[in-house]
Design a protein around this ligand. Structure first.
Ligand code: TXA
Ligand code: MG
Length: 314
């Protein structure tokens, strides 16, 4: 298949309307979109990404009116979060309507809904005139793409179109919060932090997977965010003892050793924004081990550490 690479929103949205699949920029990471009401198009998304089909997709909306086609009930907690945060890097889980096909939700009776914040993304979603399912536009298991070149690297020839936009501002996937129960439950951390959500609903909790439990968010059990290189997390106090040969380093402080590929970030936000791209850069440079400096697990640092830990597990 020839992949069209374009900056044209109308060309890209026409492809969606004809049942094609299009990678597009968002403020978190690039997504791979398909019309949520077109089961065949959704199947193409799973196939192109080689995504296990027990991992549900998030519905992306271009305006708030579309929620009623997706959710059979907007719980009071969800209403509060929508009012406080949409559009934003926040996905809320609600009971789904009959219209939402089960291949989008991997058989679940619930659906994740998110309205991205980026103006260009909203323009594209509105031009599509339908909500889009959109997982991150990477091959399953690889680091999420934060620029169109990373999408190209993984999916050129496998998808109909790449809509070229800017580098993703946040660089980590959206916060996912389950709003179907009494207390909101954060299934995946992100740029909308635990503290942000608790300011609106104080009993919002972090979901912790217990041993032998079936995960609430199927995505939690899959291997994730991994570069080819081995990832090792280190404390800033440990900086200096590492062998720098064929190694990379990313963090907030300057290491003593002379690593082959290095990124010193000026803030945790910037660290979050560039981490996935740094992993890809290291793989291109045939780096064998990537040292990542640990950060404090609060605010967006919690989400960053979650992704770094998972990358280091593989
Ligand atoms: O920022 C984002 O959310 C990006 C951009 C493209 O919007 N998308 C993204 O999608 O990260 P994906 O498919 O890579 O991750 C979706 C996550 C998975 O962990 C999945 O298990 C969870 O959301 N999820 C989706 N629907 C769910 C549901 N109904 N119940 C529980 N978890 C759900
Ligand atoms: Mg993903």
């Amino acid at each position: 298949m020839k992949t069209l690479i374009t900056k044209s929103v109308s060309k890209a949205s026409d492809i969606i309307k004809k049942g094609g699949i299009v990678a597009f920029p968002t403020e978190t990471v690039y997504g791979l979109g398909a019309d949520i009401f077109n089961e065949k198009a959704i199947d193409k998304v799973f196939k192109a990404k080689k995504r296990p089909n027990d991992n549900p997709l998030i519905a992306h909306i271009g305006n708030l009116e579309q929620i009623k086609f997706l959710a059979s009930e907007i719980t009071p907690n969800a209403q509060k979060f929508i009012k406080a945060f949409f559009p934003s890097p926040l996905t809320i889980i609600l009971p789904k309507t009959k219209n939402v096909p089960f291949n989008a939700t991997a058989g679940l009776e619930t659906v994740g809904i998110r309205m991205p914040k980026n103006d260009f993304t909203l323009e594209f979603l509105q031009a599509c005139e339908t909500p889009l399912v959109a997982p991150s536009a990477n091959l399953s298991g690889k680091p999420s793409p934060t620029n169109w070149e990373a999408v190209y690297e993984d999916l050129n020839g496998e998808i109909d179109c790449i809509l070229q936009g800017e580098i993703s501002e946040i660089g980590l996937e959206s916060t996912v919060v389950d709003c179907t129960g009494n207390a909101p439950l954060i299934l995946r951390t992100g740029a909308i932090t635990l503290e942000d959500l608790q300011r609106i609903i104080p009993n919002t909790k972090l979901y912790k997977l217990k041993r032998d439990e079936v995960p609430k968010s199927p995505g939690l059990k899959h291997k994730h965010y991994a570069p080819r290189a081995k990832v090792k997390l280190i404390q800033s106090s440990e900086l200096g003892g590492q062998s720098a040969e064929n190694a990379g380093f990313i963090g907030l402080n300057t290491p003593k050793n002379d690593f082959k590929v290095v990124k010193i970030c000026s803030s945790i936000e910037q660290y979050a924004q560039v981490a996935f791209d740094f992993f890809r850069q290291c793989d291109r440079a045939k780096i064998e081990i990537i040292f990542c400096e640990k950060v404090e697990e609060k605010g967006i640092g919690l989400a960053l550490m979650d992704r770094l830990k998972r990358a280091s597990e593989s």
